[in-house]
Write a protein that binds this ligand. Structure first.
Ligand SMILES: CC(C)(COP(=O)(O)OP(=O)(O)OC[C@H]1O[C@@H](n2cnc3c(N)ncnc32)[C@H](O)[C@@H]1OP(=O)(O)O)[C@@H](O)C(=O)NCCC(=O)NCCS
Length: 295
């Protein structure tokens, strides 16, 4: 099955253009509502119609070396909200946004990127549009300047983005929406190791979908942490997948040291989603926080 094609299902046509006046007043209203809702009672900044007015928050900027923050950002299908989010994107990100064929995919890319810029900007105490990204060989984004130790990864799927942030260690995150009609064994044949496929086949039917998504998200989070993307030999490493078992990298062919190098963790992403985090190191403090874009 082509997962990318499945993501395109349900794409909606762009909403009709608003008149200039209506759009301006609506954006002002939306801008005032753009806010981050952090755990631990952090301040809630509003942008008052201009993205450069964002106030940094003490709580967001405090990220000790052994901590990982995973931000959950609900995304919506509103092209209006996307217009607002576009303001903080760089020219190359806007060009990328303009190339999406379906409004749904464009909206989610733009809103997730905007959220990424707001969140990272607050750790670094810079305005979101001042951040510059560079890209690894396989497209993994990182910070081009600013605080070099800050590392992050992003995943977005059907209405939800996860943004994982840490310091001085590689990190990857993946979220998937659970679909009941997914041909789990067909995909496992292509992407899972023989040990993972055997474990999946051994699960009773009621646990199979969860086991499948556990495996998928953990593998993807790991290859994203390494930055390898599609070039990674997916069958040459094993992750745990049985529902209830802790997330774990179980084996990496020809490299026993890898297993002790990484922490894998399931992330509570919400009903119908399965998500995983892979991060270099052990004994880490992982917390989830919520960030809301305008609705
Ligand atoms: C990037 C990739 C690794 C994941 O993409 P995806 O699942 O389609 O999408 P996600 O939403 O999880 O991640 C996309 C984000 O990852 C980041 N990213 C891009 N390339 C990356 C890389 N090589 N490594 C880590 N992160 C990367 C970007 O921030 C991107 O977000 P963007 O839309 O703002 O550019 C891509 O190479 C891919 O399609 N991998 C599929 C690999 C696979 O078959 N996995 C099966 C596991 S069993």
């Amino acid at each position: 099955m082509n997962m990318k094609a499945s993501r395109l299902l349900g794409a909606r046509a762009p909403s009709p253009a608003l008149s200039a006046q209506r759009e301006q007043s609506s954006r002002r209203r939306k801008a005032g509502r753009l806010r981050r809702v952090a755990g631990e009672g952090a301040r809630v900044p509003s942008i008052n119609g201009r993205v450069s007015d964002v106030v940094s928050s003490q709580h967001v900027s405090v990220l000790p070396d052994d901590h990982v923050h995973v931000w959950r950002v609900p995304l919506n299908h509103s092209s209006e909200d996307t217009t607002l989010s576009l303001e903080v994107l760089s020219p190359d990100e806007r060009e990328k946004a303009a190339r999406f064929r379906f409004a749904k995919d464009k909206n989610q890319f733009v809103q997730a990127r905007a959220a990424l810029r707001f969140i990272l900007g607050q750790y670094l105490n810079v305005t979101p549009q001042d951040l510059e990204f560079s890209y690894g060989h396989h497209g993994k984004p990182g910070l081009a300047n600013g605080e070099a130790s800050l590392r992050f990864n992003l995943s977005h799927r059907d209405g939800l983005a996860l943004i994982a942030v840490t310091r001085g260690r590689e990190i990857g995150v993946d979220v998937e929406l659970v679909r009941a009609d997914v041909p789990v064994f067909e995909i496992a044949d292509v992407s899972f190791s023989s040990a993972e496929s055997a474990t999946l086949h051994g699960l009773r039917e009621s646990l199979r979908a969860k086991g499948f998504y556990n495996c998928w998200t953990r593998k993807e989070a790991y290859v994203k942490a390494r930055g390898d993307g599609l070039s990674s030999p997916l069958k040459q490493f094993d992750v745990s997948l049985t529902p209830g078992d802790p997330a774990k990298l179980l084996r990496v062919r020809d490299d026993d040291n890898e297993i002790d190098r990484w922490t894998l963790q399931e992330i509570p992403a919400g009903e119908n989603y399965v998500a995983a985090l892979a991060v270099e190191g052990t004994d880490l403090n992982v917390t989830c926080r919520d960030w809301n874009l305008p609705q």
